[in-house]
Design a protein around this ligand. Structure first.
Ligand code: HEC
Ligand code: HEC
Ligand code: HEC
Ligand code: HEC
Ligand code: HEC
Ligand code: HEC
Ligand code: HEC
Length: 454
């Protein structure tokens, strides 16, 4: 088995590699990037409570082309930079929702608990969790062969052509942002390769029901009113009014985050930190939300199909975050839907999936339907979060992430969203998974397309 190339990114290099094959003396390179998830959800308001903060993660692989290509992941030889095209300091400065985040992030994620402020000393937006900015460098995972930046504070932009309907009635936004990713030679600063990829960030749909729920209980038909009502219900059923918690003791209630009491591995925690004076929940955040809503009689009355209506909460609202090739495929006589891969909410509860949320124990696998020949293979890495697909590598010697060639789990190539396919079209003039159009994005002696060995 060949090792990753840990040094020697020089454009002019010696004539042969360890394999003994003759190589061209001038190398060219390919960089392929993907977002990790099919869709990152983010909240609209932060002054009362937060489900999920701005947080996107990009991965990239750099390949030195050749008759025997090499995966490049040494930071001493290569540098990989990213930037979010649509989100600039100016657009976010002018965005009232993002400014609401900037105001309340320090209360939700205080620096006294080790979080960073949402703006650095020079006024650039950054992630309280990782320090990632709207542009910067990706970190090398040299042994695993990929590059990553975690926690980019990307936010859907207001856009006259935007497809995302704001559940609060604001202007439409664009949830499919763009990242530009560039690989440079460290020694010479030469641009080796570049690409663009989709950065998805969408609003969830809680408000579309909860404004009504608020009215039903005599609270104002506003986001604030809906939180008051949630607090009232959370007290009625569980004894804690979450709208009456004052975490920072300033005499003003909130803001709170649900994952402070309900474990959410997506927040990077393995136990919920809790609020002084209150019990934490025995249930994960994924568990309480899915289970309560599918079992509540009041929810059934509002929506008898809640068990399969995933878009009531996950970004439907014009976004249609599930948009990959399966959307056009059928099982039996119906088009493949979330519940074919994940189970509907009753099945998710019955299978106890939400005891292990965001985990390879419970997230779907390609192999369940496609068999192990095609499925997640021997290049499995457990990064502690996500499922078998995002954690697996395939192709020769298991060096290429499945998602490098196939894309995001819900935007799999060929995607029904043209923007997802652009990266593949640029690399191989085809929207098939990488290699389907041509192997020559990576191989110099294979100027044809097909199915690469998995
Ligand atoms: C299909 C409509 C619908 C959607 C979408 C929805 N809810 Fe609800 N929710 C309800 C109804 C109805 C109730 C129960 C009201 C009652 O008991 O009268 C409820 C109750 C709740 C409660 C109180 C739980 C308790 O223990 O009493 C919380 C908290 C809550 N929802 C949060 C959310 C969040 C967060 C989201 C988005 C991720 C969401 N809901 C999306 C309809 C919905
Ligand atoms: C101060 C801690 C705390 C906070 C903050 C909190 N919860 Fe809870 N929650 C609990 C406890 C405790 C229970 C009771 C169940 C248990 O003991 O695990 C509960 C129960 C629930 C249930 C009902 C679960 C069931 O068994 O039917 C829902 C739904 C829920 N919470 C949603 C939320 C949402 C949404 C938020 C944020 C908007 C939130 N909670 C914030 C502590 C909290
Ligand atoms: C009532 C709102 C609501 C509905 C309806 C809903 N979800 Fe979710 N779901 C959420 C929220 C909020 C999160 C994020 C929870 C977190 O951060 O841990 C989530 C997270 C998830 C996760 C990741 C966490 C895990 O459990 O592994 C999966 C998978 C998921 N949902 C699948 C589904 C599917 C499939 C459906 C439809 C069959 C569905 N959801 C319907 C609100 C909902
Ligand atoms: C619920 C079952 C199911 C799961 C899980 C599943 N698939 Fe599929 N997939 C299908 C079906 C059905 C088809 C259509 C097969 C056909 O038309 O012959 C398909 C087709 C495909 C195709 C061919 C697309 C085309 O346009 O020809 C690709 C590629 C693919 N799946 C990749 C994946 C990957 C990668 C995963 C895991 C992230 C996955 N699938 C998970 C059922 C599934
Ligand atoms: C073809 C199968 C398939 C369909 C259809 C599908 N998913 Fe998934 N989903 C997956 C796979 C595979 C993963 C796990 C990826 C990983 O982490 O390895 C996943 C992961 C998730 C996650 C965890 C976060 C992430 O993106 O990894 C959520 C949330 C989720 N799906 C929600 C949904 C919702 C909601 C729908 C429908 C709107 C849906 N899924 C449709 C296969 C599917
Ligand atoms: C070097 C690029 C590459 C890598 C790496 C790769 N694939 Fe593929 N895969 C493809 C191409 C190209 C096809 C053929 C797609 C087509 O012709 O529609 C394919 C086909 C598939 C199919 C079959 C779909 C069908 O038509 O039945 C599945 C499932 C699949 N891959 C899953 C995976 C998984 C899981 C991994 C990671 C362990 C992976 N792939 C790694 C490029 C790749
Ligand atoms: C994303 C980049 C990428 C694409 C696209 C790709 N490969 Fe590869 N391939 C590699 C890398 C990297 C290696 C070297 C792995 C190693 O060192 O073992 C490799 C090695 C191989 C090997 C073993 C070494 C050799 O040259 O005999 C075969 C066979 C192969 N690829 C076939 C294909 C075919 C056929 C296609 C197109 C259908 C394809 N690959 C597309 C990256 C790629």
């Amino acid at each position: 088995m060949k090792k990753y190339v840990l040094a020697g990114a020089a454009i002019l290099a010696c004539a042969t590699l360890g394999s003994g094959k003759a190589e061209a003396t001038t190398y060219s390179y390919t960089v392929v990037a993907t977002n990790d998830l099919g869709m990152h959800c983010v909240c609209m308001t932060f002054d009362k409570f937060v489900l999920l903060p701005p947080f996107n993660t990009l991965r990239a692989q750099v390949i030195r082309k050749g008759s025997d290509p090499s995966v490049m992941a040494s930071p001493t030889s290569i540098r990989v930079e990213y930037s979010i095209v649509e989100d600039t300091k100016a657009t976010l400065d002018a965005d009232p929702y993002y400014q609401n985040w900037v105001t309340y992030a320090p209360k939700l994620f205080p620096t006294s608990q080790g979080y960073l402020p949402p703006k650095d000393a020079s006024g650039n937006y950054q992630s309280p969790f990782t320090g990632a900015k709207l542009s910067g460098q990706m970190t090398a995972h040299s042994t695993e062969g990929w590059w990553e930046v975690k926690g980019v504070p990307a936010y859907p932009v207001i856009d006259s052509n935007g497809i995302m309907i704001d559940p609060l009635g604001g202007p439409n936004r664009n949830p499919y942002l763009t990242a530009s990713v560039k690989a440079y030679d460290q020694a010479t600063n030469t641009l080796l390769a570049q690409t663009t990829t989709v950065v998805p960030a969408g609003f969830g749909g809680c408000c579309s029901c909860h404004i009504q729920v608020a009215q039903n209980y005599g609270f104002p038909a506003t986001p604030e009113g809906s939180f008051e009502a949630m607090g009232y219900l959370h007290q009625r059923d569980n004894g804690i009014n979450i709208a009456q918690i004052d975490p920072d003791g300033d005499g003003i209630m909130g803001p709170i985050r649900c994952s402070q009491c309900h474990l959410d591995p997506a927040m990077g925690e393995s136990t919920p930190p809790g609020y002084a004076g209150y019990p934490t929940s025995q249930y994960t955040f994924s568990d309480v939300l899915h289970r309560f809503h599918v079992q509540s009689q009041a929810v059934q009355t509002m929506d008898p199909n809640i068990a399969t209506d995933c878009y009531k909460c996950h970004p439907g609202n014009g976004v249609n975050c599930y948009r990959g090739t399966h959307k056009t495929k059928t099982i039996g006589s119906h088009a493949i839907w979330c519940s074919d891969c994940h189970g509907d909410l009753n099945q998710r509860v019955a299978q106890n999936q939400m005891a292990y949320p965001w985990s390879d124990k419970t997230l779907p696998q390609c192999a369940t339907c496609h068999g192990t020949t095609w499925g997640e293979g021997g290049g499995y890495l457990n990064t502690g979060i996500f499922g078998k697909y995002l954690n697996s590598r395939g192709h020769e010697d298991h060096q290429i992430l499945c998602s490098t060639c196939h894309g995001e789990p819900h935007g799999l190539y060929p995607s029904t969203l043209a923007k997802d396919n652009q990266e593949m079209i640029n690399l191989q003039n085809s929207s098939l998974p990488l290699g389907g159009g041509s192997c020559n994005a990576c191989h110099t002696d294979r100027n044809y397309g097909g199915t690469p060995p998995h």
